[in-house]
Design a protein around this ligand. Structure first.
Ligand code: GLN
Length: 190
């Protein structure tokens, strides 16, 4: 079961994109919703609002323990801010600058490159943050106009754009791969 943080933002779009991959999802609003979750998606929205709602819902510490224990987590746009330095969960060695590309009207589709692929893909940026610094074992998975726009560090996947808004399933597939490898590791340990 994949949990989708459902306090504010683009929850439905992620639910659809996961159902296209055949994954069952559950909206997460309270601690009880975290039961039997094997991966979690943090959608885009407004990171300040989402952070306030996380604090008032009381789920912050439980989600942090799950991430620290290795549960795969995928943050898109505002969700990626929550996982970066200065964000509520700070689970990746990544620094971001919020709203770095300007106001809403500067939101656009850019064409970007995915690691190991020749053809470019369309990437939807909506008041996106810009990755300004990475350290440690952060792997860059995609770039657009030179900017790092998709990153992975261990069980944390970050995209500053919205893969759930296009038909490209590359990032959903990466995330599901992280979930499957974690669940099969857990099964082999008994
Ligand atoms: N600008 C928003 C923020 O800083 C993120 C926008 C998005 O998630 N599409 O939280």
């Amino acid at each position: 079961m994949i949990g989708i943080l459902a306090l504010q933002g683009g929850v439905e779009e992620h639910r659809h994109s996961m159902s296209r991959c055949g994954a069952a999802t559950r909206p997460v609003r309270r601690c009880e919703d975290l039961e039997n979750i094997c991966g979690m998606i943090l959608p885009g929205g407004e990171s300040t609002t989402i952070t306030k709602l996380i604090i008032s819902s009381g789920i912050g510490p439980s989600v942090r323990s799950l991430i620290d224990a290795g549960m795969p987590v995928w943050g898109t746009c505002a969700g990626s801010i929550l996982l970066s330095r200065g964000g509520i969960w700070e689970s990746a060695d990544v620094e971001m600058q919020r709203n770095a590309y300007g106001p809403q009207r500067e939101s656009r589709i850019r064409s970007g490159t995915i690691k190991g692929r020749l053809e470019k893909i369309p990437m939807v940026f909506i008041r996106a943050p810009r990755v300004v610094n990475i350290s440690g074992d952060v792997e860059v998975l995609a770039r657009a106009d030179g900017d790092m726009v998709a990153l992975r560090q261990r069980n944390v996947l970050l995209t500053t754009f919205h893969p759930e808004l296009t038909s490209e399933t590359y990032f959903a597939d990466i995330f599901m791969g992280m979930v499957y490898s974690r669940t099969s590791q857990a099964a082999s340990k008994g």
